[in-house]
Design a protein around this ligand. Structure first.
Ligand code: GDP
Length: 282
């Protein structure tokens, strides 16, 4: 359930996240693997400057695996270590500790030189709403600690939880706002459930999804929406109209749009990545 952001929320989030960041050695930047760039908040580049960072592409179970690999390579080429996980089904969680140790190896070595016997590494999760911060926290803590719901910033007094012998994690994630400026980014955030359902028109979002689905999910569209091969050739609104007719929704295009959006969000139509790796990425 995503919140609606106002300037006051953003200022508070910025202040609280900046404050919390002072306490950690590494930031776990949680993004949605289906939209690895659109689900990032650029503010983190500014307030997280000088901190080690690990990008965690969560919900990899819903994303196109080849695209996920391409995104990880892209980030690596930009000196940003990244891993892909599926927190919901506890897949890939161990990579987080491994990557943390690798990133902080130099710091650990220095501390050991200074005579510190057991070096503790401190981390926190940060991301926009709904990318899976709480789920990841619970998996790392191996118990339910993160509260449900979303409030901007870092929402209550924080405590450290021990996730491994050497890694401590703040028990409240930092919540930053999604990018609002670019309408296409907004559409992708809506499609993946990162912005409130009341804040966008479902037809635009469904039409955006259909463009890709009519190429990449022809069998699923035929199976779930009874679309014919000829109809698949139709451009946007005409295809949506045909689907609405097949579903018996009369002229209720919004209802069809919501059906498409919900099916995409649940992964019923397949695994898709909606952000393309920029051309300069190798
Ligand atoms: P937060 O707002 O960032 O704390 O996100 P939550 O942890 O509350 O997760 C938002 C929704 O995404 C919940 O319905 C989770 O069950 C779901 N979710 C979290 N991680 C994954 C994942 O890896 N895969 C899938 N399919 N769903 C996930």
């Amino acid at each position: 359930m995503a919140i609606q952001w106002y300037p006051g929320h953003m200022a508070k989030a910025r202040r609280e996240v900046s404050e919390a960041l002072k306490q950690v050695d590494i930031i776990y930047e949680i993004v949605d693997a289906r939209i690895p760039e659109s689900s990032r908040n650029p503010l983190l580049d500014e307030i997280g400057q000088g901190k080690k960072r690990l990008i965690i592409l969560n919900k990899a179970d819903l994303a196109d695996p080849a695209a996920t690999r391409a995104w990880i390579d892209y980030y690596a080429a930009h000196q940003l270590p990244a891993i892909a996980i599926d927190a919901q089904h506890t897949k890939g969680i161990n990579q987080i500790a491994q990557a943390t140790r690798a990133e902080l190896a130099e710091y650990v070595a220095k501390q050991k030189d200074r005579g510190v016997r057991q070096v503790l590494l401190r981390a926190m999760c940060i991301g926009i709403p709904n990318v899976g911060k709480s789920t990841i926290l619970n998996r790392l803590a191996q118990r339910n600690i993160a509260q449900a719901g979303n409030t901007p910033g870092v929402t209550r007094a924080q405590q450290w939880i021990k996730t491994n012998a050497d890694i401590m994690l703040l028990d409240t994630p930092g919540i930053l706002w999604p990018k609002f400026e670019d309408p296409l980014v907004g559409t992708k955030l809506a499609l993946t459930g990162a912005i409130k359902d009341t804040l966008f028109h479902p037809d635009d979002v469904a039409l955006f999804a259909l463009k890709q689905l009519s190429h990449q999910a022809q069998d699923e569209l035929t199976k779930f929406y009874h679309v014919t091969p000829a109809e698949l050739q139709l451009a946007g609104p005409d295809l949506l109209m045909q689907m609405t007719a097949h579903l018996g929704f009369r002229d209720d295009y919004e209802r069809t749009s919501w059906a498409i959006i919900n099916d995409v969000r649940k992964g019923r139509l397949g695994r898709f990545t909606w952000d393309e790796v920029p051309a300069d990425g190798q």
